[in-house]
Design a protein around this ligand. Structure first.
Ligand code: PMP
Length: 440
């Protein structure tokens, strides 16, 4: 049911009454979503939108998917219990399926938690135990979560609300010039080479020399959908392997076929991680995360204990298993590749045409465009106006990046080519409404 008649004043009042000051609702008039179907959602004012940002937050298979809803309802009617004391059949089956799909070779274990932050916390715990070291290397521009440990390895200052870190963290150079201006003008190959060299130098000259793990997102999500140049992670892995440093691939945004060309984002780079962390799309809206990794690393904290009361509980495991089966049965990865390829082409055409569109990046259904001023510099105000203009035209997108000028597109992987075309038409209309100059 759509609840009509919730006024903008009422929505603003609710926001101000109960939410902390830093919670951003992105739009001048907050949006309150009340229902959804596939890749479309509706708000409490009765407006319908194409949901091109839901993939960031939750949905990979779409909203209100009967198979997933039924699995959750069936489970709710049987038992809801703690995940840590007793075996849960759907959790075991989910773990088996994930391991079957895993790019990591050899014996593996999956540990379920309730969120992406918790998954990274667990991975860091396992890595630091296994390697008997508290030193971690993360990338500039990274985002790994909102807990103390994960904020401490988040390379973006605005998301690090405290300078404290539970770990000894060094930030490696990011091969993208927006995070490492020194690399401006270099070819992707040179950037990959320079950053891998810098990593070796960082380890040798600026750390205690015994690093537990290197952690990276295959495509930086909050960072603005920053893709690493071809060869970068391969070269990084060579450096890590020289010293036995573990590689954690944070796939909270890039897993389950999101990038189209691979099931796990890291597979696009041809390297094998020691651990993969996941959340968001794993539960298609349910609160579930996991770390999957080499058994000897995951088991290394034994005989100490580590638990997550709600991690992989009956409801979230039943839903996540149905979700994973839906992703595989419908080959959503292939759809992400095809529809994402088409949409990227349309975004590149907008870049050709409009001065306000800077870099177009990403792959599969994880795409971004930068909005820039006449001199090519980031234009966050234009990004805000663009989001509002898209909203008025029935499309929800996100923003992000170091300067908040990257428009992020991450829809459910069920998006059709027709709907992607509809979105691209809206983007063009929104750019025209902003008065964007056509390139001459
Ligand atoms: N890692 C990445 C790459 C993320 O994008 C996020 C969430 N934006 C997290 C970790 C943290 O996940 P959660 O918010 O579920 O704790």
């Amino acid at each position: 049911m759509i609840q009509k008649g919730t006024t903008p004043e009422e929505l603003n009042r609710r926001k101000q009454a109960v939410l902390p000051a830093w919670i951003s609702t992105n739009y001048e008039r907050p949006i309150e979503l009340v229902d959804g179907e596939g890749f479309r959602v509706r708000d409490s004012e009765g407006n319908e939108y194409l949901d091109l940002f839901g993939g960031i937050v939750t949905t990979i298979s779409g909203h209100n998917v009967p198979e997933i809803v039924e699995a959750v309802q069936r489970q709710a009617g049987r038992i809801m219990h703690s995940s840590t004391l007793y075996l849960i059949e759907s959790q075991v089956r989910l773990a088996e399926k994930l391991v079957e799909l895993s790019p990591i070779r050899g014996d593996q274990k999956v540990f379920f938690v309730g969120s992406g932050s918790e998954a990274n916390e667990a991975a860091l715990l396992f890595a630091t135990h296994y390697r008997r070291s508290s030193e971690i290397i993360a990338l500039r521009g990274s985002y790994h979560g909102g807990s103390f440990g994960t904020m401490g390895i988040t390379g973006q200052a605005s998301w690090r609300a405290t300078p404290r870190s539970a770990l000894d963290v060094s930030y490696a150079m990011n091969p993208h010039p927006s995070y490492s201006p020194l690399l401006e003008g270099m070819s992707p190959e040179r950037r990959a080479e320079a950053c891998a060299k810098d990593l070796r130098n960082l380890i040798e000259t600026s750390t205690a020399g015994h690093i537990a793990a290197f952690i990276a997102e295959p495509i930086q999500g909050v960072g603005g959908f920053i893709e690493h140049p071809e060869g970068y992670l391969r070269r990084v892995k060579e450096v890590l392997d020289e010293q036995g440093i573990l590689f954690i691939s944070d796939e909270v945004q890039t897993a389950f076929g999101r990038t189209g060309s691979a099931f796990w984002g890291v597979e696009n780079h041809g390297v094998e991680p020691d651990m993969i962390t996941m959340a968001k799309g794993l539960g298609n809206g349910l609160a579930i995360g996991a770390v999957m990794g080499r058994s000897e690393v995951v088991d290394s904290i034994s005989p100490k204990l580590h638990i997550s009361t709600f991690g992989g509980n009956h409801i979230s495991s039943a839903g996540a298993l149905a979700n994973l089966e839906f992703i595989l049965k419908n080959d959503l990865q292939k759809n992400a590749d095809e529809v994402g390829g088409y949409l990227k082409g349309r975004l590149e055409a907008l870049k050709e045409k409009y001065e306000a569109v800077g870099e177009v990046r990403g792959r599969g259904l994880m795409l971004a465009i930068e909005l820039v001023g006449p001199d090519g510099s980031p234009d966050p105000a234009a990004a805000m106006r663009f989001m509002e203009a898209c909203r008025e035209r029935g499309v929800l997108v996100g923003k992000g990046g170091l300067r908040s000028n990257a428009i992020r597109i991450s829809p459910p992987l069920t998006l059709t080519r027709e709907a992607a075309g509809e979105a691209a038409d809206v983007f063009e209309d929104a750019l025209a409404a902003l008065g964007a100059e056509v390139r001459r």
